[in-house]
Design a protein around this ligand. Structure first.
Ligand SMILES: C[S@@+](CC[C@H](N)C(=O)[O-])C[C@H]1O[C@@H](n2cnc3c(N)ncnc32)[C@H](O)[C@@H]1O
Length: 207
């Protein structure tokens, strides 16, 4: 039976079933990310923005982190709580939802922001400034059909983010092709960030 039919029978959104079905893939991708960045989360606090079903929260906890989340979707919020994670149901594009973010060591967002979330560089910059106090920010935006506008890249670069580019086993072509890192505590050293900024989205391997 296809996902549409299950979704009608169970009364849950198709997306929810989709993310649950992808659970092992997402888990492997997040494990790959931690290895690729050589990132030790033991004893660190992570705020995830838009965790979906909460698989990455599980992985972060397994690596010794304490976690909190913000997600606007009631079902995903419930699912994250069912997994034992604490967090709020809110729209994190509203800057007031990010009050208190500075108390975290790491902020992580994957697939929950996109150029369309902000519309222009000034709006995006205000949002990035709201998480500026977090020592390590890891943002893997969603690009609709791989479209990564210049203003989006320029705003990230202007706010001190460097692109880690394509991370094999983590990046997903056309959707999440890159990861942007701002590491004010040096916990993720990016060797030559100027070279990494602005590389084409569709390049197969641009690390
Ligand atoms: C594409 S899913 C990504 C899920 C997960 N991060 C992953 O890597 O698989 C996007 C998630 O972000 C949440 N989200 C998107 N925009 C949001 C917003 N403005 N405020 C709060 N949650 C948001 C959605 O509800 C959903 O759970």
């Amino acid at each position: 039976m296809d996902a549409m039919r299950w979704s009608a029978i169970l009364g849950v959104p198709r997306q929810y079933l989709f993310y649950r079905r992808l659970e092992s893939v997402t888990r492997a991708q997040v494990e790959t990310l931690l290895r690729a960045l050589d990132l030790d989360l033991a004893g660190r606090s992570v705020l995830e923005l838009g965790p979906g079903a909460g698989v990455s929260l599980d992985v972060f906890v397994e690596h010794g982190a304490s976690v909190r989340f913000i997600d606007r979707h009631p079902l995903y919020t419930l699912e994250c709580r069912r997994r034992g994670h604490r967090g709020r149901r809110a729209d994190f594009l509203a800057l007031e939802a990010l009050h208190g973010a500075d108390a975290f060591d790491v902020v992580y967002a994957r697939g929950s922001i996109s150029p369309e979330s902000f519309g222009d560089g000034a709006t995006f910059r205000r949002w990035l400034d709201a998480i500026e106090g977090v020592p390590l920010a890891l943002l893997s935006p969603w690009y609709e059909k791989g479209d990564r506008p210049d203003w989006f890249v320029a705003t990230l670069a202007g706010a001190g983010y460097a692109s880690a580019g394509w991370i094999e086993g983590y990046a997903v072509e056309d959707i999440y092709p890159d990861l942007w890192v701002r590491s004010s505590d040096g916990s993720v050293p990016i060797a030559d960030d100027t070279k990494r900024v602005g590389q084409p989205v569709r390049e197969g391997n641009n690390t």
